[in-house]
Design a protein around this ligand. Structure first.
Ligand code: SF4
Length: 292
């Protein structure tokens, strides 16, 4: 079991992202007890043993204040957001899961009040405690989705997909901006049939009035050799059979310099086309902000 460790982080750098957000904040929490920690989670490639709770929250927020102030405003509209500089506050944890360790109202409040900045994070959990807070659309939650049959194998003990979908309306009504995070997209026999079902579930879950707000990002699976080895040593052969396909994968260096395996480019290109065509056919209103 990973150890919870309270500390003051010295890693206060703010990284450019340009996909799910414009920037990534320093970690408020680094590490996670989520159900996907023994399958595909990229955080676990580098920090498996601990969940670090960084207590120098005000120092991080001061850094953020200075960082936003240094950006030109009005911002040039981009796929991330048309108005606000958007910061991912949960790249190395799941905030909905770890909320009790996280002064989340202080962090949400920083962005809610900030005239130039917005916060965002992805989650696989539905935490109704967050519904009592109204961030006035300055916090974007990206609910993570994959077909339930695969989620059951790769994300045990996370919220069922139907529960995540059912959360979209109440979270939007509470004042959150809600997006979809199709991630990771895993290719296996029958994957498009399962995505067809998932897109139909999405269509049923998102009422007309919310469809303009609900945008999406789509990210195909990456994996990693030492993560694969550790998962095998823990007896997780069944999930690894889905994730580890060396005949279909190739090495790559990620945006932040880490080593990973991704689907081979010609295959991936074809699969992206198939996935997008199905998505366009069934839920064309769900604008895809980016896919890779
Ligand atoms: S919820 Fe996110 S951060 Fe946590 S283990 Fe799963 S993928 Fe990793």
């Amino acid at each position: 079991m990973p150890k919870l460790k309270r500390q003051r982080t010295k890693t206060l750098s703010i990284k450019a992202n340009e996909r799910s957000s414009d920037f990534v904040t320093p970690n408020f929490i680094y590490g996670c007890l989520g159900g996907c920690r023994n399958t595909y989670c990229y955080v676990m490639r580098y920090n498996y043993e601990h969940v670090f709770i960084n207590e120098n929250l005000e120092e991080i927020l001061t850094r953020l204040e200075l960082h936003v102030a240094a950006q030109p405003f009005p911002k040039e509209p981009n796929q991330v957001d048309p108005l606000y500089w958007t910061y991912d506050i949960g790249c190395a944890t799941d905030i909905s899961l770890h909320w009790k360790h996280y002064p989340w109202e202080r962090v949400f409040g920083f962005f809610k009040k900030h005239p130039r900045a917005k916060a965002t994070f992805a989650t696989k959990y539905v935490n109704e405690a967050l519904l009592a807070y109204d961030p006035q659309k300055k916090v974007r939650i990206r609910f993570s989705l994959m077909p339930q049959s695969i989620s059951s194998r790769l994300e045990p003990n996370t919220a069922p997909i139907a529960e995540r979908l059912a959360a979209l309306v109440p979270f939007a009504q509470a004042g959150y901006e809600v997006h979809l995070n199709f991630s990771p997209i895993v290719v296996y026999e029958g994957w498009l049939d399962d995505y067809r079902q998932l897109f139909l579930q999405v269509a049923a879950a998102v009422p007309e009035a919310l469809r303009e707000e609900v945008k999406a990002e789509a990210i195909f699976l990456t994996h990693n050799p030492w993560q694969h080895q550790r998962n095998l040593e823990r007896g997780l052969q069944a999930s690894e059979a889905l994730l580890w396909k060396p005949e279909l994968q190739e090495a790559k260096t990620s945006q932040y310099g880490s080593q990973a395996l991704r689907y081979r480019i010609p295959l991936k290109r074809e699969w992206i086309g198939q996935w997008q065509a199905l998505h366009q056919d069934l839920i064309p209103w769900n604008e895809i902000r980016y896919i890779f």
